[in-house]
Design a protein around this ligand. Structure first.
Ligand code: CAA
Length: 400
């Protein structure tokens, strides 16, 4: 317990470089993405030009090591970027979060030199956009229940199956794909759990046999392409196995640890945007002869949000800093995601409430924040899954 407290009392003041990065992204997001965020929410048009602009600024390679063409920055810098993007455009923030944490990070962490050379430079420059495929139409939270199969054919694997809810689906060039490479019957015979038969593969969009389902029509983050990723006898070269055979489930879960910091930062950005809108509206709107910010009912809503936003930020910085120190951060990433995603939904709801009728219309952004917030409680592990992860890790700490 003392160890956890020591970690929690550290100072999370941003460095000069992190502050500069934050200012730069804030300016660009406000100047280039703000107006468009409303537009693409209506049109559902994937904002490829936002990704392109971010690639010109080096953001697509933010956390990719310098030797592979990236900037090699830390996880706090990554969280700051995702947060600033989400304040303005939640769609753009999830596109970048998935590209950096769910696709580029596992290649950096588990890829052979050959794989790193093959993919990281192109992901860093933005020539390639990345995606991650774990869920399937019949399983999400129960990630082990996957049906996608990989058959070892000597020189290559043959992959068959359907992956679902793929962010950047159809738009991405590179897909990190989990599949059962040892048949479940074989594992049962050997008395091994199903996850020991899961492997991860890097699949390219243009490989014969890859196709995509229809774009999902979503409540929020409406312009981030989400669809099924279908594998029909896709021939994947042996070298595209990421990590070792049978270690894929752990690779996928540890990748989600990284991803959850990004989703927490996305949720925090949405919460801050909702708070900023609600408080600025409350300062100008009058009722009963007073600005509505002078009513305690409004103040209490805003002060709770302001306090929770600070708390959420610290949870994210703590998880990110443990990740950078290469310490265990599974529990901390889950705590940050759980707290910030539920905060984002509350903040969106409060913004709509404070703006009243105006909040319910598309004239203001409050209703968009509420719609965009909801998914952060679902993807990369629902709030219920985060509670399970936190509980399991607390039990492990208590019994260690
Ligand atoms: N890192 C590495 N390994 C881990 C791990 C972690 N964080 N957590 C568990 N493991 C290991 C365990 O140690 C265990 O290995 P051993 O048997 O060798 O000890 C193995 O993984 C299996 O662990 P569990 O028995 O705990 O696994 P489980 O089947 O009970 O599942 C779970 C645990 C937490 C529920 C997990 O399935 C989970 O996180 N589910 C949610 C999945 C999810 O987040 N899906 C979102 C998909 S991505 C997305 O949203 C799309 C997008 O594009 C944004």
């Amino acid at each position: 317990m003392t160890k956890v407290l020591d970690k929690q009392t550290q100072n999370f003041k941003l460095t000069k470089e992190q502050e500069l990065l934050q200012r730069t992204i804030k300016e660009i997001a406000n100047e280039k993405f703000k107006e468009k965020a409303k537009e693409i929410d209506k049109s559902h048009k994937f904002p490829r030009e936002n990704f392109k602009l971010l690639s010109e600024l080096g953001i697509t390679g933010l956390t990719i090591p310098e030797e592979y063409g990236g900037s090699g920055l830390d996880t706090i810098s990554y969280a700051i970027v995702i947060e600033e993007l989400a304040k303005v455009c939640a769609t753009t923030s999830v596109i970048m979060s998935v590209h950096l944490s769910l696709c580029s990070k596992p290649i950096t962490k588990y890829g052979s030199n050959e794989l790193k050379n093959k993919y990281l430079n192109k992901l860093a420059t933005g020539e390639y956009l990345g995606a991650f495929c774990l869920s399937e139409p019949g399983n999400g939270s129960d990630a082990q229940a996957m049906l996608t199969k990989a058959e070892d054919k000597g020189e290559h694997y043959i992959l068959n199956g359907t992956k679902a809810w793929i962010t950047n689906g159809g738009e991405a060039d590179i897909y990190i794909v989990t599949a059962q490479s040892t048949p479940v019957e074989e594992l049962t015979r050997q008395n091994l759990p199903k996850h020991k038969g899961v492997s991860v593969f890097i699949v390219e969009k243009n490989m014969p046999g890859v196709s995509f389902g229809k774009l999902e029509d979503k409540l929020g983050i409406r312009a981030s392409a989400t669809c099924q990723f279908i594998l029909d006898n896709v021939k994947v070269p042996k070298e595209n196995l990421l990590g070792k055979e049978g270690e894929g489930f752990k690779i996928a879960l540890s990748t989600l640890d990284d991803g959850r910091i990004g989703i927490a930062a996305q949720a925090l950005g949405i919460a801050e945007a909702a708070y900023d809108l609600a408080q600025s509206y409350a300062k100008s709107r009058e009722a009963f002869g007073k600005k509505i910010i002078s009513f305690q009912a409004i103040q209490f809503m805003l002060t709770e949000l302001a306090t929770e936003i600070e708390a959420g930020k610290l949870l994210i910085y703590q998880a990110a800093s443990l990740c950078d120190k290469k310490e265990k951060f599974t529990r901390h990433a889950a705590e940050a995601k759980l707290f910030c995603s539920e905060l984002a939904s509350r903040a969106g709801n409060i913004a709509v409430q404070i703006l009243g009728g105006y909040g319910y219309t598309t004239e203001y952004n409050a209703e968009r924040y509420l719609r965009d917030a909801k998914i952060t409680e679902i993807y990369e592990g629902t709030s219920e899954i985060q509670r399970i992860v936190i509980a399991e890790n607390i039990i492990k700490e208590l019994t260690a």
